[in-house]
Design a protein around this ligand. Structure first.
Ligand code: GTP
Ligand code: MG
Length: 322
């Protein structure tokens, strides 16, 4: 940050962006320099009517304004030092994740029905609001609900469990119900507009795979499904990195992965985060309210397991560890 030169802050300060172009971009969900920096030239071209090369120039200018692109190692180090974590409510689970759910990457929770994916998402939406010394980020959350399973009353009991005022906590969770995979993707694009404005530190997509699986069933549509899902995950990954927020996605898998071996989308049988940086956590039911989490394929954390419990107050350590 040695450079004293003022960087553009408004779209119209970028070369080639008139007020009219800026309006068109804002209407289409590219109202910020951050959003523009991670856009594709094709998108910008179709929104603005500009040529591909003019669109690319605008994107490059946005990236330059954000100082994206080539970075020296000390800049990367600084960015890495800004990685923050949200507590899950269970110290064991936090430890497994290296201190909690990280910003700047995607964390995928995958497992069978009832394994606790949605409960963890609810808990994180509450915990992200906590002060930093209590494991939060003093921020708000966006919850993209693809299965209609968001429950405000669950937020209320989890807030009470932490001694927080439920009405305040509810106000800091922005819920968007998605109705199909295109809608889900569109909501994510629009989410960019409110991340800075609402001090969002967590973006949840529950579940990230459901619609894709339902809309592209069978072998014939597998390639298409995978391409679309990859695009979506890349977009989420760029949001996590650019805005330095935590992105949490869930993915339901079936009990017997061996039965469906060979399905490359692994909508059933495994995690979907193949080509994007992130943490993958496999959840499994134990007895009663107990669950076990296993960290899978982590580039820098040991593959380990943690037992936690889903209680009335939310996610907690299991009282009698086994
Ligand atoms: P799918 O979305 O179906 O794939 O499952 P999931 O992994 O999202 O499961 P979810 O997080 O919904 O976990 C459901 C489990 O959480 C239930 O079986 C209950 O054990 C527990 N649970 C859900 N709501 C409550 C609640 O209000 N109180 C308590 N104590 N437990 C709850
Ligand atoms: Mg669920």
């Amino acid at each position: 940050m040695s450079e004293k030169q003022r960087k553009p802050k408004e779209l119209t300060e970028l070369p080639g962006v008139s007020a009219v172009i800026a309006d068109k971009l804002a209407m289409a969900g590219f109202g910020t320099i951050e959003a523009l920096a991670v856009a594709l030239p094709q998108e910008i071209s179709s929104i603005t009517g500009l040529s591909l090369s003019a669109s690319q120039k605008i994107i490059s200018a946005a990236r330059e304004a954000l100082e994206l692109g080539f970075k020296t190692a000390d800049e990367l180090y600084e960015k890495r030092m800004r990685v923050a974590r949200i507590t899950t409510g269970s110290r064991n689970l936090d430890k497994l994740l290296g201190g909690g759910v990280e910003t700047q990457i995607i964390t995928e929770f995958y497992g069978e029905y009832g394994s606790g994916k949605t409960q963890i998402c609810h808990q994180l939406c509450v915990n992200v609001q906590l002060p930093r010394d209590l494991g939060g980020l003093e921020g708000s959350a966006i919850y993209i609900d693809c299965e209609g399973t968001f429950r405000p009353e669950r937020i209320v009991s989890m807030s009470r469990g932490l001694g927080l005022d439920p009405s305040k906590v509810l106000k800091n969770i922005i819920v968007a119900r998605a109705y199909n995979s295109d809608h889900q993707m569109l909501i994510v694009e629009h989410a960019k507009d409110i991340i800075n404005e609402k001090n969002v530190k967590l973006l949840v997509v529950d579940s990230v795979t459901g619609f894709f699986r339902a809309e592209y069933p069978g072998r014939e549509t597998l390639v298409m499904r995978q391409q679309k899902l990859n695009k979506h995950l890349h977009s989420l990954s760029r949001i996590a990195y650019t805005y330095e927020i935590a992105v949490v996605v869930t993915n339901q898998v079936m009990a017997k992965p061996d039965v469906v071996f060979g399905d490359p989308t692994t909508a059933v049988g495994g995690h979907v985060l193949f080509h994007v940086p992130g943490a993958r956590v496999f959840l499994r039911r134990l007895r009663g309210s107990k669950r076990i989490a296993k960290l899978v394929d982590s580039p820098y954390l040991p593959e380990d397991e943690a037992v936690f419990e889903i209680t009335e107050d939310g996610i907690r350590d299991s009282v009698n560890k086994q």
